[in-house]
Design a protein around this ligand. Sequence first.
Ligand code: NAI
Ligand code: MG
Length: 337
Amino acid sequence: MTQTITVIRGDGIGPEIMDATLHVLDAMNVGLSYEFADAGLVALEKHGELLPAATMDSIRKNRIALKSPLTTPVGEGFSSINVELRKRFDLYANVRPAKSFPNTKSRFPSGVDLITVRENTEGAYIGEGQTLSEDGETAMLTQKITRRGSERIVRYAFDLARKTGRKKVTVVHKANILKSTSGLFLKTAREVAQQYPDIQCNEMIVDNTCMQLVMRPEQFDIIVTTNLFGDIISDLCAGLVGGLGLAPGANIGTDAAIFEAVHGSAPDIAGKGIANPCALLLGAAQMLDHLGQPDKATKLREAIIATLEAKDSLTPDLGGEANTMAFAKAIASRATA
Ligand code: NAI
Ligand code: MG
């Protein structure tokens, strides 16, 4: 059976890494067909809108989107198209795997294999209730945490642990100081954890978590936390394993899910055909997991690792001389071997 997904080719290096990714998916016969939709700068130029209604309709209908990076023009409409997409589709779970890969410039070329599950819709990050006093001396911000929001993200993390055979969920908080907000998150997390006796659960204060991640990242399996802490921790984790070129992310809601690379549109190298397609390919692997094709997802990840190990088809950011499509073709041939 063929499933249709929405494909957003995006801006800058977006089309280059998307073509490479679709080449690999097609070679692997994953049974997907693509409905292309525009967003970002390219949509603004073609349709006069950063996020056209037709694109929203396509995602709403197909429920799954694979998205390349978008350039958000400064001073044009909303602050970020990505934040807008999360809001409109209530994509409450931001899922960010961080795994050690061979032959990358990384502090931890082995040993790290963790997933950060970040709450995506509430907390200080969304900037609710921001005010600045008339004299410009005092700024305020409201931080809203709800039981419902906390429960569904923690439940997502525990369900993900079960689904992926992971053993431990670490609840990251600051409930010792932020007693009401982080306190409610932690209390709710404890209640949810009781319903998953098969999964180990521990609690860690966010500042200690940062130190532990840098010193002994191998102790973590799944991390679940609130929006702002998750924003910072997920980038920290990407840094542990070699940075943005290898970091995918998923934004998951009840009615839709969007899979992407974490990095941006890289205007400095756009059009040169030298962008590293791995982050988007790893996003596609997350999508295959989500679509119930874990065997294909594993095959794709293994092909990426084997290609990194072989070192013969890497893009310049990884120290090689290959172009984007040559890298993708090397991955595709290993994924179909
Ligand atoms: P960026 O991630 O696009 O680039 C940072 C640096 O990393 C650049 O030197 C770039 O060449 C390099 N880089 C990024 N991805 C790469 C890849 N796949 N292969 C090789 N090198 C890569 O971040 P920057 O420059 O801050 O943002 C550029 C644009 O991207 C901005 O308009 C920003 O708004 C947008 N952006 C979009 C995101 C999204 O759609 N998810 C996320 C982050 C930024
Ligand atoms: Mg971030």
